[in-house]
Design a protein around this ligand. Structure first.
Ligand code: FE2
Length: 455
């Protein structure tokens, strides 16, 4: 199923479920939501409707009709704030609600979810635990509690909570995947493989290969990699790890997406596209000063630095017009430069795609930890501010075939370090691991990063 088909299916399903709920047909709506969850386990709209469904089935406890209206309105407000990522406001609203009534499970749900999203896992653990004292039939609460416990490294308790969630809902895919990830974190690769095996999504299939490699089952790994390459030839995560593993176990890499990614790094100059680089850089930096950004945002690799949220191309189309032109033009050159190369990166170049861009500003000690861009195809960085007199490669971008702390059992992995200059643009396959060497000096390093993403 293509991404576009998937989106249509999800939209249609959600519409149908909402309509059924509004007509009181909760059981039928529940079946549709369950089927949507199986297709896309962490879809926020599905989760939201499931929670609404639960509340419609009478699992809320609110006393008094007038108070219920006020209470319900405030709870909706808290939910809306959480959806808008205003987590502190959502938590404050929930605290006010708890002063009125401490026995409403849904308040603890909203509060716990906001705290979890805000990175306050200890508070979220308390909230989800309180919820479960009121209602121990919430598989979602057990799952989220497990995720928070995992974040604070209470792995045994986390496993128990995921198991509780699965007892309540044996087909709860998100809990199963979380359990698989927990086992990877705990180094229990055999158990992780058992949990991840039923899943067909790109990430789980690639993780399964990683488990087989870590377990030393190279023959099983090779067979599974060949099979996956035939059904998901453009699985970015699998393409990333197989470049490394094939070298380690001296086997041919069955993934032809980009087996030699270090050969596909292109360094370009912004001056090719703009009349005056200094004016462009100055204008971009002053615009980006005004863009909302977060210090060390959750689930991102930016450390000791700020990163913008959302897609800058969508949020600021006018201000980003020049940057978009540079990205599009450089991508055309990139494709032309490698057009004769026999690999999926070039031969399967997506017909339909979009662009995603974000801004990163690092200060002293700042870096990007090693990562890939699994939803991208080609990724790039425009350098607006770099280190003038770098010490020991600080601020450099380091590319490597090695990542995810996979064990090195044979040859040292291939790598390349580039010290970028202000006004340069570097493009590379999204499957190539990269990181930034931490800044030693008290200086700023500012970039616009972007992905070309297949649709
Ligand atoms: Fe990156």
């Amino acid at each position: 199923m293509t991404k576009s088909d998937l989106n249509t299916k999800m939209r249609t399903g959600l519409k149908k479920a909402t309509s059924l709920m509004s007509r009181g047909k909760l059981a039928e709506a529940g079946l549709i939501l369950d089927s949507l969850e199986r297709i896309c386990p962490s879809h926020p709209a599905v989760k939201y409707q499931q929670e609404k469904l639960l509340s419609g089935m009478g699992k809320r406890k609110v006393a008094g009709a007038k108070q219920a209206r006020d209470f319900s309105g405030m709870l909706s407000l808290a939910h809306s704030m959480r959806q808008q990522e205003k987590f502190c406001e959502a938590i404050e609203a929930c605290e006010e609600l708890l002063k009125i009534d401490e026995n409403v499970a849904e308040v603890f749900w909203e509060k716990g979810c906001a705290e979890q999203a805000n990175g306050d896992y200890e508070s979220a653990i308390l909230s989800f635990s309180s919820l479960l004292k009121l209602d121990d039939s919430s598989a979602s609460a057990f799952n989220n509690l497990g995720a928070c416990l995992q974040q604070v490294k209470r792995l045994d308790e986390s496993e128990l909570m995921y198991r509780n969630a699965l007892k309540l809902r044996p087909d709860y895919f998100e809990a199963k995947k979380n359990l698989g990830n927990l086992y990877i974190e705990a180094g229990s690769y055999h158990q992780a493989a058992v949990e991840l095996r039923p899943f067909g999504d790109a990430r789980s299939r690639a993780q399964l290969l990683e488990c087989q490699y870590r377990l030393g089952r190279f023959s099983d790994y090779q067979t599974a990699a060949e099979e996956l390459a035939s059904i998901q030839p453009d699985n970015i995560r699998a393409a990333a790890i197989t470049s490394f593993i094939s070298q380690q176990i001296s086997k041919e890499n069955p993934f032809r997406f980009c087996p030699d990614p270090l050969d596909f790094i292109r360094v370009g100059e912004i001056e090719t596209y703009v009349k005056d680089v200094e004016i462009f850089v100055g204008r971009s930096l002053s615009f980006l000063e005004e863009v909302d950004s977060k210090w060390e945002p959750m689930n991102k690799t930016t450390k000791s630095g700020y990163q913008s949220e959302g897609n800058l191309f969508d949020l600021y189309p006018a201000q980003m017009q020049e940057v978009r032109h540079i990205c599009e033009s450089e991508l055309i050159r990139y494709r032309e430069e490698y057009i004769s190369r026999n690999c999926g990166l070039i031969s399967h170049w997506p017909e339909k795609f979009d662009f995603n861009a974000w801004f990163v500003r690092l200060g002293k000690g700042g870096c990007q930890e090693s990562h890939i861009h699994p939803s991208g195809w080609v990724s790039g960085v425009i350098y607006l501010q770099t280190v003038l007199n770098p010490e020991a490669n600080e601020g450099a971008i380091q590319f490597s075939t090695h990542g995810f702390d996979l064990p090195i059992i044979n040859q040292l992995p291939q790598s390349l370090t580039l010290q970028p200059e202000r006004g340069q643009i570097i493009l590379f396959p999204s499957s190539l691991f990269h990181k930034t060497v931490p800044l030693r000096q008290d200086v700023e390093r500012s970039v616009i990063a972007f992905d070309l993403r297949p649709l």
